[in-house]
Design a protein around this ligand. Structure first.
Ligand code: PMP
Length: 428
């Protein structure tokens, strides 16, 4: 496998960018080796600057649910960008985006567009604090909500991968306002709210955790958190940056039938352009400036090109049967990977949601942070490189969810499973 061009770029990048990258997990720091540099992407495939092709299960970390460079998305972007890149005054696409989100996610009677998932979550907790007059927030160990100060407490994703769940630079008095809980443990949540319930502005959760590998909520767990927060007058925030529009047209709140007070989005609503959003009940969202006193703003928020890419992607996502087919493909992939591991004598289990999966080097079902972090990370790292050499790109960390897109064909999945046979044998 040729890697000269990527190596040359990474050498230059290391001198100029911290760790050679603009976002930590891209650096292959935990799996070892050097990242490849992308040349282009189309459908289910990524090509690097050395001409290698990979079947891609990262999908730019979530946005590319319809595959890379989908013709409908590219065409919407091209048409829109010819009219100008940013206006700094309202445009029609922002209204259409808000209407689309409200139609797909009924709990979002009003929305505010921002530019990343990080902005969405930190704006949502500011609103929660402003609306309740309370200061504490609750998050879950291993959940990631972007790099806002209040969230870098027992954080997942790159923070977990690199062993930096609590970052220097976050003032201790602020970090102390973030309380943490173990995911899927209802009794621990009851105990925390019994002690601090009156001070808690909001509980924020990934309704399917995708930043400590992929962990689904136990039956009834989200409903329990809904009742608990309501009882104590705290807001429930679903961080659907990853799950939104992915696991169902209306996200995890539709899949599980649990309605949060506020929701945060990103990734898919930008179709690959930088976008985030938060939304919720009218009475709450009306407290955001200029309708209300909770301040939040953005020079490029509601950017027309980003709205066009997101709207075109949401149009694809809304097609009848879209998520059913993604779930079928997710099962096809996970069943195949489990069978290949069994044949190679490697203990592996998977967690599955529509278009989202987790692969664990263990013989047990994984339902908690403790179980996810107890898996064999070294075996995953060997498997990752075995797959990469065979032309399959998985997230370069044992603590990230995998993503299936509508562009992955059954043949792509069969080729992935075939590659896994060799890679599992090496990883054993
Ligand atoms: N919340 C969740 C659940 C996420 O997965 C992520 C990013 N992976 C974020 C928030 C932050 O989004 P962004 O990287 O766009 O700031």
């Amino acid at each position: 496998m040729k890697t000269d061009a990527s190596h040359a770029l990474f050498t230059r990048a290391l001198d100029l960018l911290p760790g050679g990258v603009n976002s930590p997990v891209r650096a292959f720091g935990s799996v070892g080796g050097e990242p490849f540099f992308a040349e282009r992407a189309e459908g289910a495939y990524l090509w690097d600057v050395d001409g290698n092709r990979y079947i891609d299960y990262v999908g730019s970390w979530g946005p590319m649910i319809a595959g890379h460079a989908h013709p409908a998305v590219m065409s919407a972007v091209e048409t829109t960008m010819r009219k100008g890149l940013s206006f700094g005054v309202p445009n029609a696409l922002e209204v259409r985006m808000a209407e689309t989100i409200a139609a797909m996610v009924p709990s979002c009677e009003m929305v505010r567009m921002v530019n990343s998932g990080t902005e969405a979550t930190l704006s949502a907790i500011r609103l929660a604090r402003g609306a309740t007059g309370r200061t504490r927030i609750v998050k879950f160990e291993g959940c990631y909500h972007g790099h806002g100060d209040s969230f870098l407490v027992k954080a997942g994703s790159g923070a977990l991968t690199f062993g930096l769940p609590n970052s220097p630079g976050v003032p201790k008095p602020l970090a102390d306002l973030t309380l943490t809980l173990p995911y899927n443990d209802a009794a621990a949540a009851d105990a925390l709210f019994a002690e601090h319930g009156d001070d808690i502005a909001a509980l924020i959760i990934e309704p399917i955790a995708g930043n400590m590998n992929c962990i689904l909520p136990r039956e009834g767990y989200l409903r329990h958190l809904r009742a608990l927060t309501e009882k104590h007058g705290a807001l429930l925030i679903f961080d659907e940056v990853m799950t939104g529009f992915r696991v169902a047209p209306g996200g995890a709140q539709q899949l599980f039938g649990v309605t949060p007070d506020l929701s945060t989005f990103g990734k898919i609503i930008g179709g690959g352009m930088p976008v985030g959003a938060y939304g919720g009940r009218r009475a709450l969202m009306s407290q955001v400036a200029p309708a209300g006193p909770v301040y939040q703003a953005g020079t490029l928020s509601g950017n027309p090109v980003a709205m066009a890419a997101g709207l075109a992607t949401l149009d694809l996502v809304r097609a009848p049967g879209f998520h059913e087919d993604l779930l079928r493909k997710t099962h096809l992939l996970c069943d195949g990977l489990e069978a290949a591991a069994r044949d190679a004598g490697v203990a592996v289990t998977t967690n599955r949601a529509p278009a989202m999966f987790g692969l664990f080097f263990t013989d047990r079902k994984v339902e908690s942070y403790a179980e996810a972090t107890a898996c064999d990370v070294q075996a995953f790292n060997r498997f990752f490189h075995g797959m990469l050499r065979r032309g399959v790109y998985l997230a370069p960390s044992a603590y990230e969810a995998g993503f299936v897109s509508s562009a992955h064909s059954d043949a792509d999945i069969a080729a992935t499973v075939e590659a896994a046979r060799g890679a599992f044998a090496e990883a054993a």
